[in-house]
Design a protein around this ligand. Structure first.
Ligand code: MG
Ligand code: MG
Length: 248
């Protein structure tokens, strides 16, 4: 079932989104060689709770941490650990905050120290593909229009575009229907409507788009162990077009 949100509900979701954005602003300063993802997890949880919210991911389908981490060839849903980040790593931190009954969700990739030019280019293209997708999130357009622009842009650079994980609608539940694929056909898929709120979150790789999930049942890696990056915003479809909710 697709649940449309009222303007008032979108205002609450903007608050949830702002809390997530505040966490990412903190990480920009924090992420450097030597820091562990367990430390990041603790600091993010503290920040979320200090704002009167709770971490969306903790307990979600049994996930035990406040953030999802995805280092190098991990695509998504990795657990924080005590391994210090090293110069040249690339790490995605996915953060969700549940505030006043609603979720905000945004994942962001950070270079640890100095990224190679190859990884920097991948990050730039993935980041831009997110904003191309967001531009398509307006009433009357189709879901396939979002995926089409992301996929065709990524293809121009020969990057792998992960298909086995998608974006999703979001609201009182973290994962609501419908899914938001990051590939698709122009003019195809369900009609987008005012009041839909979508987490758009393209994941691009330097190699194969295919993935496998580790024995922990969560951690997803690229099948060829190529580097994967991701950028995600929670976006409301309004009368005035797409509005990004996970911003300061
Ligand atoms: Mg996320
Ligand atoms: Mg998401």
């Amino acid at each position: 079932m697709i649940i449309l949100k009222t303007d008032k509900e979108i205002e609450i979701m903007r608050e949830a989104g702002r809390i997530v954005a505040e966490c990412h602003a903190m990480l920009e300063q924090l992420i450097k060689p030597g820091v562990t993802t367990m430390e990041i997890d603790r600091l993010v949880e503290e920040k979320i709770r200090s704002r009167g919210a709770v971490p969306s991911f903790k307990g979600h389908h049994g996930f035990t941490a406040s953030i999802c981490t995805a280092k190098n060839d991990v695509i998504c849903h990795g657990f924080p650990d005590s391994v210090p980040l090293v110069d040249g790593d690339v790490i995605t931190i996915d953060i969700g905050a549940f505030y006043n009954g609603f979720h905000g969700d945004s994942g962001w990739t950070y270079a640890v120290g100095n990224a190679s030019k190859e990884i920097e280019n991948l990050m730039n293209v993935c980041h831009h593909s997110l904003f191309l997708g967001i531009e398509q999130a307006f009433a009357g357009n189709r879901m396939g229009d979002i995926g089409f622009v992301i996929d065709s842009y990524a293809q121009q650079f020969g990057y792998g575009n992960v298909r086995e994980f998608t974006g999703h609608a979001i609201g009182r539940e973290l994962w609501e229907e419908p899914v938001v694929p990051h590939y698709g056909s122009k003019g195809k898929g369900i009609r987008l409507k005012k009041g839909m709120v979508l987490a758009i979150e393209p994941m691009l790789t330097l190699g194969d788009w295919r993935s496998y999930v580790e024995n922990d049942g969560w951690t997803a890696r690229t099948i060829d162990h190529s580097i994967c990056v991701q950028y995600e915003h929670t976006v409301a479809i309004t009368e005035d077009g797409p509005q990004i909710l996970t911003v300061l």
